[in-house]
Write a protein that binds this ligand. Structure first.
Ligand code: ATP
Ligand code: MG
Length: 430
């Protein structure tokens, strides 16, 4: 029989790696809470047209990377429907914002999510077909200040604080403004014009993008195309006064709080819904997949989905890549040892050993429980792999309430009264 394996581009996360995952998630929850973000959980699959309308038909994500299927009707009253595993979460959050009429609160909504996303990409280190994102959105009616450049700067400052608190240093923040929907058509026209005689020398993807989505040409990673891209018009020269003032205010606020950045006039990002500020945090330690996170403003997205005017800004970070960074920084984490391994010396002590383990665990200690069928040598070998100390529980110990405890690191063996055991283990006196 052929053995079944996790599907290409997906993987199992096992301990001790999952401890790092939990640490990243806990740090995000802690930091975001200080900015008063609340958690949102949207469904893993949505109507396909949600992504087609928001992310954009011509993007790589929608045109070739989505897991889409026709969900057959099960009853006369149902219609069959095209469904898609979410490739990103902003569309789902904005759909929920509209569906639950969150604009009626008149307040800014600050929502964060943590969850898996799905894209049929070529799997490689730091790039998977099921991957996790931690993201957040600040969205609301203009009267709540959702268009303010202060929101952009605050989100960027929060990200800098998050990465620092996680212990990730050496990141860089690149920023750009892609202008408003009013600026965009003039720039795209200029880009199309400039691309006319340059595009035959460019890669096949760029030739296609020049037709369908010329902005994406700027995002091309093919080294041979870079000199050509350098010569293309810059979006900064096509921004109207309002977009320029917005960008300048974001930069001034970042300067004021000391968040370092560089301006990358070619940063356009892969989703169609972005307006004005776009950004990316990268890290040299990640190799080819160097983007830790990306995001930007999406002032027209709610309206694109049939909702009210609700400007917003958000980001998504790759949890898989954050964990890769932490692993590289600290080396492979050793599995943490339990506080004690309890070894019943015969099966007659099994029940008493479980009772003792329960007592210690209720006191908050981490305890491994052996089995009375093990020979003493085996108990010591197992205990040594799993815990800091071994607690022997034989007939004598059970009767007298005086336990034999051995510390593996020092080799020291002691008698400890059962009533003193929790205190002694806590203080690491044994
Ligand atoms: P990239 O340029 O690396 O493909 P992207 O522009 O497609 O990234 P977004 O769609 O903005 O990325 O997603 C935000 C973040 O999610 C990325 O910065 C990255 O850390 C992570 N990410 C995106 N795609 C994957 C993937 N297939 N596997 C793992 N992480 C991913
Ligand atoms: Mg991508």
């Amino acid at each position: 029989m052929t053995l079944l394996k996790a599907v290409r581009g997906t993987r199992d996360l096992l301990p001790p790696e999952t401890e790092l995952w939990n640490r990243v998630e806990a740090t995000a929850r802690r930091v975001f809470a200080r900015y008063h973000f609340g958690e949102i959980r949207t469904p893993i699959f949505e109507d396909t047209s949600l992504f087609a309308r928001s992310v954009g038909e011509e993007t790589d994500i929608v045109s070739k990377e989505m897991y889409t299927w026709e969900d057959r009707a099960r009853a006369q009253s149902e219609k069959s429907q095209s469904l898609t595993l979410r490739p990103e979460n902003t569309a789902g959050v904005v759909r929920a914002y509209i569906e639950h009429k969150l604009d009626a609160t008149g307040l800014l909504q600050k929502l964060f999510y943590i969850g898996p996303q799905f894209r049929r990409e070529r799997p490689q280190k730091g790039r998977y077909r099921q991957f996790w994102q931690i993201g957040a959105e600040v969205i609301g009616p203009p009267s709540a200040g959702s268009e303010s450049p202060l929101r952009d700067a605050e989100v960027l400052e929060m990200l800098a604080s998050f990465l620092n608190e996680l212990g990730i240093t050496g990141w860089s923040l690149a920023l750009n403004s892609v202008g408003s929907s009013a600026d965009r058509p003039r720039y795209i026209a200029a880009l199309r014009e400039a691309l006319k005689d340059k595009v035959p020398q460019m890669c096949a993807d760029c030739q296609r993008r020049a037709e369908t989505n010329p902005l994406r040409v700027l995002d091309c990673k093919v080294p041979e195309d870079q000199p050509v891209i350098e010569t293309l018009p810059r979006i900064a020269d096509y921004l109207d006064d309002a977009s320029k003032a917005h960008f300048a205010a974001v930069l001034a606020a970042l300067d004021a709080c000391g968040v370092a950045y560089t301006i990358n006039p070619r940063l356009v990002r892969g989703l169609d819904y972005y307006t004005r500020t776009t950004f990316e945090f990268t890290h040299g330690g990640l190799g080819a997949q160097n983007a830790l996170l990306g995001g930007g403003r999406y002032d027209g997205l709610s309206e694109m989905l049939g909702g009210p005017k609700a400007p917003g800004i958000g980001f998504a970070m790759g949890l898989d890549r954050l964990v890769l960074m932490l692993q590289a920084a600290q080396g492979e984490a050793a599995s943490a040892l339990s506080d004690a391994y309890i070894a019943p010396l015969s099966e007659a002590q099994n029940a008493a050993a479980l009772e003792l383990a329960r007592e210690l665990r209720r006191a908050g200690l981490r305890v491994e429980l052996g089995d009375g069928s093990f020979r003493l040598k085996k108990s010591f070998e197992m205990g040594n792999k799993l815990a800091r100390v071994i607690v022997l529980l034989g007939e004598d110990e059970q009767r007298s309430g005086i336990l034999t405890v051995k510390d593996f690191a020092s080799g020291e063996q002691k008698k400890v009264a059962r009533a003193e055991l929790v205190k002694a283990l806590r203080k690491q006196e044994i």
